[in-house]
Write a protein that binds this ligand. Structure first.
Ligand code: DMJ
Length: 485
């Protein structure tokens, strides 16, 4: 099985390119990186600098060496979590303490990070972590949890780790968690409340967004397929269908919706945070479950998105904001969260738009040395100045590399790795940045850094059999779901 083979692939000297091959590779790579810079037009020096000015040892590293280095950085961050936050949801990497999301820890980082360990071949570490989770994680807690976040991070993590390990305790925990989340769907429309109490099933908060309503089908659909309980798929499918039904006459959704009235509370349409994974899941559910309704919903949605949100500007090809009813453009923002979209476009087969958008996102990264949360893409100025250790641009480079074999995407990966290690690494782990210009760190390391950011970076440099894309679909937290039916 590929998981067992992986360490030997990493260490196998045959995988390490000869010096001559390496030199040729670098030459190709630099010219490709420069041609990327040229296609990004007015982004000028930032792109060239970002693509070329990386540490020499990273520039000359082979793919296998890069995969190995990413794995070492995962180990570094995981060790920091274990030393200073063990048993808690997240590490605070500067104060060397921890943060729990709720009154009781849900072991979010171990659950979210577990399948990355397995994919990286850290089998002993993964086995110990599985045992710890099985012995210490209980969902029978009187706490209101965010249905969306707990679904994508915890349920998704348990399901993929079950599939990779065959450990039935993880499936039983996923089933228990799924049953406790189900009351969230008990609204008049079938769209979920934002919070649900894991012990009592009480629900609260009606104002939500398309991502939180429409990105639950991968996890709940998998749970149906693995347990035979159809209720999970049905609830999540109804929620996404109710949302889709409320799209505007021109086929767009807004940023805010009330799940009791079914009325939109914010008409601004975009592809970024709060809407992003709704589109991602329409496509992915159609692929994973062969769901024709989702396929139809994706097809009509992507047409509207490309018609009204795509924006060919002098600075590159972007997706901005428009009014969902009129299609009129209302803003020109693009950010770290929007950068998942090249990957989704690539997965849908639209490599042209995917490549152009990733070039733009890469220009956003290199202009500031690392990616800001949001920019005004017409002016190429920062609108929101943090870097939250987000994975999306790396995820997109991974898909584009797999589908095009263009080595410049692995070169982008080197730039991402170089910036991460230069600006976000601490003595014990990794830290988000509060200001990408000043490169000031803040006391946060979200669990998705281990679940997603380092996983996609590792997979970008790994051979295809590290993760077979033709048999797996990633949930939005980078947990691979394996089709077994
Ligand atoms: C993750 O929790 C998921 O990728 C989600 O879909 C969006 N935000 C974060 C990562 O940035």
């Amino acid at each position: 099985m590929f998981v067992e083979n992986l360490p030997s692939l990493i260490y196998n000297p045959a995988m390490i390119a000869s010096k001559a091959a390496r030199r040729t590779n670098i030459a190709i790579v630099l010219s490709l990186a420069l041609s990327h810079a040229a296609t990004a037009q007015t982004v000028k020096a930032g792109n060239v600098r970002g693509a070329t000015d990386i540490s020499p040892d990273i520039a000359s590293a082979t793919d296998a060496e890069m995969a190995f280095r990413v794995r070492q950085e995962f180990q570094h961050a995981w060790d920091g979590y274990k030393q200073y936050a063990w048993g808690h949801d997240q590490l605070k990497p500067l104060s060397k303490s921890y943060r729990d999301w709720y009154a009781r820890s849900l072991l979010m980082t171990p659950v979210d990070a577990l399948d990355t360990m397995m994919l990286m071949g850290m089998n002993d570490e993964a086995a110990k972590t599985r045992d710890y989770i099985a012995a210490n994680l209980s969902f029978n807690q009187d706490i209101y949890v965010k249905n969306f976040e707990i679904t994508i991070r915890m349920l998704g993590g348990l399901l993929s780790s079950y599939q990779l390990s065959g450990d039935k305790r993880l499936l039983a925990m996923a089933d228990d968690l799924g049953a406790r989340l189900l009351p969230a769907f008990n609204s008049s429309t079938g769209m979920p409340y934002v919070y649900v109490n894991l012990k009592t099933g009480a629900v609260r908060d009606e104002r939500t967004n398309p991502a939180e309503v429409g990105s639950l089908l991968i996890e709940l659909g998998m749970l149906t397929n693995l347990t035979g309980k159809t209720v999970y798929y049905e609830k999540a499918k109804r929620a996404v269908s109710e949302l889709y039904k409320r799209r505007s006459r021109i086929g767009l959704v807004g940023s805010g919706i009330n799940i009791s009235t079914g009325q939109w509370t914010d008409p601004v349409s975009h592809i970024g945070g709060g809407i992003d994974s709704y589109y991602e899941y329409l496509l992915k559910a159609s692929l994973l479950f062969d769901d024709k309704d989702c396929q139809r919903m994706w097809n009509s949605s992507i047409d509207a998105v490309n018609k009204y949100l795509a924006d060919q500007a002098p600075t590159g090809f972007w997706y901005g904001q428009a009014n969902m009813n009129t299609g009129d453009r209302v803003d020109n923002y693009f950010g770290a969260l929007d950068a998942f979209f090249p990957g989704t476009l690539a997965l849908s087969g639209d490599l042209d738009r995917a490549g152009k958008l990733e070039d733009s996102a890469f220009a956003m990264w290199t202009k500031f040395g690392i990616e800001p949360e949001q920019i005004n893409y017409k002016k190429m100025t920062i609108a929101s100045n943090g870097y939250e250790l987000r994975p999306e641009i790396i995820e997109s480079a991974f898909y584009l590399y797999r589908f095009t074999r263009d080595p410049s995407y692995r070169e982008m990966g080197k730039v991402f790795f170089d910036s991460l290690t230069k600006y976000c690494r601490t003595d014990v782990a990794y830290a988000a940045l509060s200001d990408v210009k000043k490169k000031t760190k803040k006391d946060e390391m979200e669990s998705y850094f281990l679940a997603e950011t380092l996983k996609y970076l590792y997979l970008l440099f790994s051979p295809d059999n590290a993760l077979d894309l033709s048999r797996n679909v990633f949930n939005t937290e980078a947990h691979p779901m394996h089709r077994t039916w």
